[in-house]
Design a protein around this ligand. Structure first.
Ligand code: MN
Length: 328
């Protein structure tokens, strides 16, 4: 097994995390709300690894049910008492307020493992690797780094593979590195069916297919190359779609000719708009930060109180697109 070259990055932190995991009998793993495959893959992949290598430990996975992604894993939630003598690990979650399962603070020790830019420090140990494609890649990296101490299982490999495929949009996003491909190749040596898994991840429910049609039809692009669409509550209701299902259309506008950066603005039940900002070059996370959000340079989330604030965000994106164009 094992790669020829172990990733030496963050070696001390990885060793520290492995040692802390060994010390605790009870380990509770959290991830972010509205989970995506990487949130579940990193959380449950790590849980599988720990359970397989340290069978005497009690390992729990906390957070709301996984809904559409239950083919990946179901949660094994702890009771409140389980936190009394537990290590809490949070994966794939940049901000404390996005942690799913609000009892995380009851644990006795706290570790953060994440690949988002470091906005909100938390945990006694923070392992943040913004070069990793996904948090699942980081968990696989932990395994590759300590192959004598951690052996992989087919189920953990399946979960970590799903997380990497999810966060890289099937290896298309710029976070995909040669190391991502090497790690994925190692995971593919385990005997899960990646074809079945990919097929399951690619299933689109009919209401989402309708929304995709709506987005492609109604989407507009400015002369600066900034695309946007606003989806209001009445449209969601008409199509029988909930906000959480709109994830499936976020990458869609990226393939329309001339689009450099784009925003999908979905009205929430309280009237405000959840903004998903994406980019093929212009940096947009600073804009997201100025509007109650944050994230990666090319993929961020924000919030807009009303259409005027959406307009303000779009104007900043136009400036970002222009200055990116002139810096080329
Ligand atoms: Mn992620």
């Amino acid at each position: 097994m094992a790669l020829q070259t172990v990733n030496m990055k963050d070696m001390e932190t990885k060793l520290e995390i492995l040692n802390i995991i060994k010390e605790w009998d009870t380990i509770i793993i959290h991830r972010h709300e509205r989970p995506d495959p990487d949130a579940i893959g990193s959380q449950c992949g790590l849980a599988e690894l720990i359970k397989a290598n340290f069978p005497e430990k009690s390992v729990f996975t906390a957070g709301s049910s996984t809904g559409n992604l239950s083919f990946l894993a179901d949660m094994t939630p702890p009771d409140k008492e389980d936190y009394e003598n537990a290590l809490v690990i949070v994966t794939d979650t940049a901000n404390v307020k996005r942690i799913d399962g609000k009892d995380y603070h009851l644990g006795k020790q706290w570790i953060k493992i994440d690949h988002h830019p470091l906005d909100d420090s938390y945990g006694e140990i923070e392992w943040v690797n913004t070069e990793a494609s996904s948090c699942s890649e980081m968990i696989a990296d932990l395994w590759i780094t300590f192959p004598e101490e951690l052996s992989m299982t087919t189920e953990a490999a399946r979960l970590l593979y799903a997380g990497i495929v999810g966060d890289t949009n099937r290896f298309l996003y710029n976070g995909t590195s040669p190391y991502t491909m090497q790690i994925t190749a190692e995971l593919m040596k385990y005997s899960f069916s990646h074809t079945d898994l990919n097929n399951e991840m690619n299933v689109i429910k009919p209401p989402l297919a309708k929304l995709m049609g709506y987005v492609l039809d109604q989407f507009s692009v400015s002369e600066e190359g900034v695309g946007h669409i606003i989806i209001d509550q009445s449209t969601l209701k008409e199509m029988g779609i909930e906000d959480k299902d709109t994830n499936g259309v976020v990458s869609l506008p990226g393939s329309i000719e001339g689009v450099k950066t784009w925003g999908i603005f979905v009205q929430q039940t309280d009237g405000h708009y959840r903004c998903r900002l994406r980019s093929k070059g212009p940096v947009i996370n600073q804009i997201a930060k100025e509007h109650d959000g944050g994230g990666h340079p090319l993929a961020s989330g924000a919030n807009a109180a009303d259409k005027e604030e959406i307009e303000a965000i779009l104007n900043k994106m136009k400036q970002a697109a222009d200055s990116w164009e002139s810096s080329k």
